[in-house]
Design a protein around this ligand. Structure first.
Ligand SMILES: [Zn+2]
Length: 436
């Protein structure tokens, strides 16, 4: 496979120079100054005005970046994306606006596009995530009889171009069924996708005629491949469809040893409160994490209910109260499942405040530390010893930052500014200071 070097605009290999970030405030609006060495945060000073720009180090360099007017936060993470169909909304229109319309349009999308087409759109998506300060992305990649492995090929090419800038987890999102005789061809494709580099098994057991058999087959496929599982689960307002309970039962009975994520869980949100608490308890006990996807659920769900239209979000309150691991993602970016979408976790956080009724800090946690936890990544915080993966966003504190969603961001990965180029940014100026 060839890689289009330069498409991502340069790689971050970790900087030998120290980095000093001055002039910003933290989430609470308190002035903060951060120093990073060798990819880690080595000092955090709060409440102090910025010191002199020139520092002396032992023969090295210090790059100082002024971030006045900006809020410095841990880098964002996207636990649920579909970069294999991003930016296709105008070419493949969802005629009905609901989930069936999205699936029909996406079948045309996957039937017609080449691996090169898919790679081009996936590159654009990864570039957009990076510019927003999102350094880790878990993307589902569709495989099945319509598209074969073309989406895997396209995404793999795009991911290679962003190596060292965006860490990508690829979920092989296989079409049902994978169980029984009818599932043999799809199961074979799933195995090939894992051989091509997919690191998780995905699927949609709730859309199969036999969700119990499909769930069992997907769990077995992941166990055989020794990879985690991330399933699209109960993306429906039908309260009678609650396959996430079967998922929890199987992973416990099977003692499945890898991480398990249930994405969407829309129908859990329309159960009565006692059932929400009961199921949330089961998921916490089984170690099943839940990813809420407000944009796509708000767009697709509830179209048959014009009066008091339901919101389609999962039972965030019950899940968090039960101690479940919960994260939130953006899901679709301008495709038939959601014609909006900015590849920006702050958009999901904003919707979790307005539509999910979380406070701003809790909403932000679901797209930062919560997302990282569900993705199995090391925690990041503005504390000494943390990985220096950070994003500065214009604004005077977390609430304003989430509300404004300003796209002019400074992105730091492993202690090095990776976006934007220093000369291009209107509010941040970086100066490299040579030392004697
Ligand atoms: Zn999805």
């Amino acid at each position: 496979m060839t890689s289009d070097k330069g498409a991502a605009g340069g790689r971050a290999g970790g900087s030998a120079a120290a980095l000093r970030l001055v002039g910003a405030v933290d989430a609470a609006g308190v002035p903060v100054e951060v120093r990073c060495d060798n990819g880690r945060i080595t000092s955090v000073r709060r409440g102090a005005p910025a010191g002199p720009v020139v520092e002396r180090t032992a023969g090295g360099q210090v790059t100082t970046v002024e971030l006045s007017g900006m809020t410095l936060l841990p880098a964002l993470a996207e636990p649920h994306a579909h970069i294999d169909k991003a930016y296709t909304a105008d070419r493949y229109v969802n005629a009905t606006g609901d989930l069936d319309g999205a699936i029909a349009a996406s079948h045309r999308c996957f039937a017609e596009r080449t691996a090169a087409d898919i790679a081009a759109d996936a590159r654009r998506a990864l570039g957009a995530y990076l510019a927003k300060g999102c350094l880790s992305v878990r993307t589902h990649v569709a495989i099945g009889p319509v598209m074969g492995l073309r989406s895997m090929e396209g995404v793999r090419s795009a991911v290679a171009d962003y190596a060292g800038l965006v860490d990508v987890q690829v979920v092989a999102h296989v079409a049902p069924p994978v169980h029984g005789r009818a599932g043999r061809a799809n199961l074979a494709l799933l195995r090939e996708a894992i051989a091509m580099g997919a690191t998780q098994v995905g699927g949609t057991p709730y859309r199969d005629d036999d969700p119990v058999a499909e769930t069992a087959a997907l769990v077995e496929a992941a166990a055989a491949a020794e990879v985690p599982l991330d399933l699209h689960t109960d993306e429906t307002l039908d309260p009678g469809c609650l396959t996430v309970v079967e998922l929890a039962r199987v992973v416990q009975a099977r003692r499945f040893p890898f991480a398990v994520t249930a994405s969407h869980c829309v129908s859990l949100g329309v159960q009565d409160e006692a059932d929400q608490r009961r199921v949330a308890g089961l998921l916490a006990e089984a170690g099943v994490a839940v990813v809420s996807l407000p944009q796509t659920n708000l767009y697709l769900q509830g179209r048959g209910t014009p009066r008091a239209t339901p919101r389609g979000l999962t039972a965030l309150g019950a899940l968090r109260a039960a101690g479940c691991r919960v994260a939130a993602g953006g899901d679709n970016v301008q495709d038939p499942f959601n014609p909006m979408g900015r590849a920006d976790p702050l958009e999901a956080a904003s919707l979790l405040v307005t539509a999910g009724h979380l406070d701003t800090a809790a909403a932000f946690a679901l797209v930062s530390e919560g997302a990282r936890e569900v993705m199995g990544l090391e925690p990041v915080a503005l504390v000494e010893g943390s990985p220096a993966d950070l994003v500065a966003v214009p604004g005077a504190g977390l609430r304003e930052v989430v509300a404004e969603g300003d796209a002019r961001r400074v992105v730091v990965r492993r202690g090095e500014v990776v976006r934007p180029s220093r000369a291009a940014h209107p509010t941040a100026r970086a100066r490299e200071v040579a030392h004697v």
